[in-house]
Write a protein that binds this ligand. Structure first.
Ligand code: BEZ
Ligand code: FE
Length: 315
């Protein structure tokens, strides 16, 4: 009976493991009544993992060191530290998933990586406030407009901003050292879509590199530095939220940002202002830096549906 069972199955559809058809053997085991999405995801993953293993031909020792790496990466994760997200970041996967999910019309401000240092309940400020509470760094004035793709102002847009201090750390990385909520705040665009606030010129800083991801970066001959940036989340009803950064143009790490977060369109023009009268008008000591940056929001998917329905009503 055993013999009959084996002979009745052809070479390629054999249920038994063969190096040549290894991925097919594994994928053929999948049940019929399972989620089609899970079936797609698992069969693609199995196919590509088997291809990679066939190309790499790891020794047992190498395979166990990969397992150890993944085990220790998981062991580093806790409420404050997500080493797997960091791994996805340095491999460019976080940016790829973001790009796939935020394909925007031309002219809209592009997204980039969120990062682990966003805090949802930062203090709300009036336009013009200074978010730098530790007095370190070169003064910066940030101003601009929030508009739609046609250039119409979006009043009441919410702008959440956060950045590192001049020592290269976020407030949440230095509790008790930096003032709480240092260099983070929430602003609201005015009737003409304008916003403005004071801060300090951001500088480059390393991502947390004291764990497995730091070791891997070192082993790959890569540094952990992120190009200098300010983070923003800009939201307004009816528009797709934008999670993004603006980058300083003079940072040496722009072309080699550790998490591939730089997009050419997000490099801003930071100008040094020496004029004492202008400094007096904005309430800054001279010299100070100034950056003008406009955010252009795309309609949200549900707003697009309403527009499409209205359009089809007319035709
Ligand atoms: C950040 O920009 O804050 C960041 C992004 C990815 C990993 C670590 C930090
Ligand atoms: Fe950052």
């Amino acid at each position: 009976m055993h013999q009959a069972a084996t002979t009745s199955v052809s070479q390629t559809s054999s249920p038994y493991f063969e190096e040549e058809h290894s991925a097919d053997v594994v994928n053929a085991r999948m049940g019929q009544d399972i989620s089609p999405r899970l079936k797609q995801v698992m069969s693609v993953l199995v196919k590509h993992i088997h291809e990679a293993v066939k190309e790499i031909e790891p020794t047992h020792e190498e395979w166990f060191s990969a397992i150890r790496f993944l085990t220790e990466t998981g062991q580093m994760c806790n409420e404050w530290r997500q080493e797997y997200i960091l791994l996805s970041d340095i491999l460019g996967v976080s940016m790829l998933v973001d790009a796939i999910n935020h394909r925007r019309p031309s002219g809209a401000t592009p997204n980039t990586i969120l990062g682990p240092f966003y805090v949802a309940d930062a203090p709300a400020y009036e336009n013009g406030a200074n978010i730098c509470l530790d007095g370190k760094g070169e003064p910066l004035v940030v101003s601009g407009k929030v508009t739609d793709i046609a250039g119409n102002p979006i009043p009441e847009a919410k702008l959440e901003v956060w950045q590192t201090n001049d020592d290269g750390f976020y407030d949440v990385q230095q509790k008790g050292i930096q003032p709480d909520s240092n260099l983070r705040g929430v602003f609201t665009s005015d009737d003409e879509g304008r916003y403005w606030f004071k801060s300090v010129k951001p500088r480059h800083y390393p991502i947390p590199a004291d764990g497995l991801v730091g070791k891997l970066l070192g082993a790959m001959g890569r540094h952990p530095n992120r190009a200098a940036h300010l983070h923003f989340i800009v939201t307004a009803p009816g528009y797709e939220p934008v999670i993004t950064h603006i980058f300083t143009p003079d940072c040496p790490y722009l072309p080699e940002d550790a998490v591939f977060g730089v997009k050419r369109e997000l490099i801003a023009d930071f100008k040094k202002v020496d004029d004492l009268e202008v400094a007096r008008q904005v309430g800054c000591a001279a010299p100070f830096w100034s950056v003008a940056w406009d955010f252009t929001l795309a309609p949200s998917v549900s707003a697009m549906r309403v527009i499409a329905t209205k359009h089809s009503d007319l035709t």
